[in-house]
Design a protein around this ligand. Structure first.
Ligand SMILES: [Zn+2]
Length: 200
């Protein structure tokens, strides 16, 4: 059986991202009191805002190449944990939902325009957005072991989404497929814009 070409993968990924945007509920499914690994793991996969942002981090890392390939997928989960700890500490962070929506819109645009930055700058962008994603959940979690396992599950799903984005982005190396990834970025940005409109 012939292997599908890279451009096929690229087109499929862009389609999948677009389908996700259309098929899933646009609004965040809320933050119910959820404990344990499974709840933590399923949350980023079920919330379109987290899912697209985390996928986007992997896609953008693949576009940036070099050290961004591993720095961005590490920076996001680390700073997400930092954001959760900020919330635990009781620090007030304004505009969390807006920040999360903006992360989807901006990362989508960065992919759409295939914008490359020095790794310190791209890591900075990703880190700021990660703080919002982490804070949103740390603020609702009690201290204790169950919160820890929720966090472990959350980070595991995040890492998986980063890897998926990276894989799609790296497979889509050739020019045609790279265009498809950029189209995926347009779709992500569109969902982000939609989320932003509802965050205000
Ligand atoms: Zn959430």
């Amino acid at each position: 059986m012939p292997h599908p070409s890279a451009s096929t993968y690229g087109r499929l990924s862009a389609l999948a991202i677009a389908a996700l945007g259309i098929g899933s509920a646009f609004a965040h499914p809320g933050h119910p009191d959820a404990f344990g690994f499974n709840d933590g793991f399923s949350h980023p996969l079920s919330g379109i805002d987290h899912l697209l942002a985390m996928l986007a981090v992997g896609l953008w890392a693949a576009q940036n190449k070099r050290s961004a390939l591993w720095v961005l997928p590490l920076a996001f989960p680390l700073m997400m944990v930092a954001g959760a700890l900020l919330a635990f500490s009781g620090l007030q962070m304004p505009g969390v939902e807006t920040g999360i929506a903006a992360s989807v819109a901006v990362l989508g645009l960065l992919i759409a325009f295939a914008i490359r930055m020095p790794v310190w700058a791209s890591a900075g962008v990703v880190s700021i957005f990660a703080l919002f994603h982490g804070y949103a959940h740390g603020s609702e979690l009690p201290h204790g072991a169950s919160a820890l396992w929720y966090g472990v599950g959350f980070v595991a799903a995040t890492a998986l989404l980063h890897l998926l984005g990276l894989a799609i982005g790296l497979v889509a190396g050739p020019k045609m497929a790279a265009q498809a990834v950029r189209l995926g970025g347009v779709a992500i940005a569109a969902v982000g814009g939609y989320l932003l409109a509802f965050a205000f």
